[in-house]
Ligand binder design. Structure first.
Ligand code: BYC
Length: 482
């Protein structure tokens, strides 16, 4: 079987030759019931018996891998899919640069590699848990379907990491796979591993912000892992990236459609001052300053996911050849970084200063810089362009990287979105200028009422330009009747 053909006959669709590996097949098949229990208990609340118009991966070639059709979510074919092998692939960076890529786990790096796979794996079910209750308030059937598409694919990404754990890490891998189903987003005793994955996603604005900002961290981290010298991880992440792109589309277009509805409503009644919040809210749309505050929140929470600016873990992962830089194979340098430097923002004597540090220790910072540039261009293209086109004088801006941080250089201080340091008292006094207040959240929550008629949308979000799979505007993306 070629590695681009997916075997659909068994319980677990795959292009990894599961049939030829009975031990692994048994391990995965015995994990499957616990997985389904997890999906039913902690996946989407309700809607499990409804038909949802979903795409399923049926191949891993660049084109035509997706098949659309109505599926009940528990019957979704969660498969194990790796991008095709690249013949003669070598390790592209670090101390092993130029050696053949590993097909088995390099013994000396086993613990580090297992940790990276586990952390990646932990985020996937976490996001499904965070989004669990959103179905009840979907602003349209189109959005409801998009939520479920994201959920089934994040769950497939869990499968992707569980495959690596079970195939390559023996008994500890099996234990980690169980733990991935046991930890729980927001749980006091057994939380998910990374901070942002324990935050609530209480409403649809939060969902779209999450898929814009936090899924974009997923994109950057998956790109870095796709460079891995451990070839099965690289191939797994390369395929995951094809799915991730759609999740970010949902986020960027979702917030873009909210912004569009707000601007259109303001123009309709002739409000040209975006800070006239009460009048804007009275139109049943979300005012732009509240959208800005939500962006401040989600951006800053997501920056924490890059770890500390200066990190020996990141240096080790690079030197070992396990985790590269964003688009490592397109960077024009020696890919070893001995003696190279990189500028990092640091807190020195109560001031934020730029300081050159060894590039190897600054790899988290570098990935974060690439992330900020990517997020910035998304904000301009998808949100600010809509506002400018509507002729409204407002720009959504990303806050300074020192704003609202819990990890790294700026964890101990407070700063406003422009990066001006604030005393603890001033921060408390002015917090609601920068971050959503309880009242802002209550207002958004009050708008969240389900719209279930095909082709209809809640007042606070504009319809999309085109349908999924080119379906017409009134397509029934989720059959609520059964
Ligand atoms: N919260 O050297 P440090 C996605 C820990 S999202 C809690 O500063 P390092 C997705 C860290 O674990 C992408 N703890 O950082 C998106 C370490 O603890 P240990 C997920 C944190 O290790 C949406 C200690 O602090 N993938 O796919 O270089 C929906 C010192 O760490 C946090 C990955 O992240 C935090 N925020 O980097 C669905 C890729 N940050 O080990 C899915 C794999 C740091 O000393 N993970 N710590 O006990 C990694 O590459 C790294 O683990 C991190 C941290 C980049 C996350």
């Amino acid at each position: 079987m070629s590695d681009s053909t997916v075997d659909y006959d068994g319980l677990i669709p795959n292009n990894v030759g599961l049939n030829a590996d009975p031990r692994l097949r048994r391990a995965l098949e015995s994990w499957h019931p616990s997985y389904l229990d997890w999906w039913k208990a902690r996946g989407p609340d309700g809607f499990q018996e409804n038909l949802v118009y979903l795409r399923t991966a049926i191949g891993v070639d660049a084109e035509g891998w997706a098949k659309f059709g109505y599926v009940r979510m528990p019957d979704y074919r969660w498969g194990i899919l790796l991008a095709p092998a690249v013949e003669g692939r070598t390790i592209g960076f670090g101390a092993h640069k130029g050696e053949p890529a590993w097909q088995e786990v390099p013994g000396e790096y086993r613990a580090l590699l297992r940790r990276l796979v586990t952390v990646q794996g932990d985020t996937e079910p976490a996001s499904v848990e965070q989004q669990r209750r959103l179905g009840a308030t979907a602003p349209s059937l189109y959005d409801l379907r998009n939520l479920f598409q994201v959920n089934v694919e994040e769950a497939r990404h869990l499968w992707a990491m569980v495959y690596l754990l079970q195939k390559y890490f023996g008994r500890d891998g099996r234990e980690e796979a169980e733990e991935l189903l046991r930890r729980r987003s927001g749980d006091r005793d057994s939380p998910r591993l990374l901070g942002a994955f324990n935050e609530a996603t209480p409403d649809w604005l939060a969902f779209f912000m999450f898929t814009f900002f936090t899924d974009r961290d997923g994109k950057m981290q998956l790109h870095a892992l796709a460079q891995s010298g451990f070839d099965p991880l690289s191939r797994t992440c390369r395929f995951m990236l094809t799915e991730e792109a759609h999740h970010m589309f949902i986020g960027q277009s979702g917030v873009g459609r909210i912004v569009e509805a707000t601007c259109a409503a303001m123009n309709r009644v002739g409000i040209d001052d975006p800070s006239d919040i009460e009048r804007v809210r009275a139109l049943g749309v979300i005012d732009l300053p509240t959208i800005q505050k939500r962006a401040n929140l989600h951006f800053s929470l997501t920056l924490d996911l890059f770890g500390s600016e200066i990190s020996s873990n990141a240096a080790n992962a690079f030197q070992s050849g396990l985790k590269g830089r964003y688009l490592e194979d397109q960077i024009d340098d020696d890919h070893v970084l001995a003696g190279a430097i990189y500028p990092v923002l640091r807190l020195k004597d109560g001031r934020i200063v730029r300081e050159d540090v060894p590039a190897l220790s600054a790899l988290n910072m570098r990935l974060r810089d690439d992330y900020v540039a990517d997020a910035q261009s998304g904000v301009e293209r998808w949100w600010n362009r809509v506002i400018a086109r509507a002729g409204i004088d407002f720009r959504i801006a990303l806050p300074h990287v020192a704003f609202n941080r819990r990890i790294g250089e700026f964890a101990a201080i407070e700063a406003d979105p422009a990066g001006t340091l604030l005393s603890a008292e001033e921060w408390v006094r002015r917090r609601a200028e920068f971050l959503p207040s309880a009242e802002d959240d209550r207002f958004v929550a009050g708008l969240m009422r389900p719209v279930a008629e095909p082709g209809k949308f809640a007042s606070w979000i504009a319809p999309p330009r085109t349908g999924i799979d080119n379906k017409p505007g009134d397509f029934e993306y989720v059959k609520l009747a059964g």
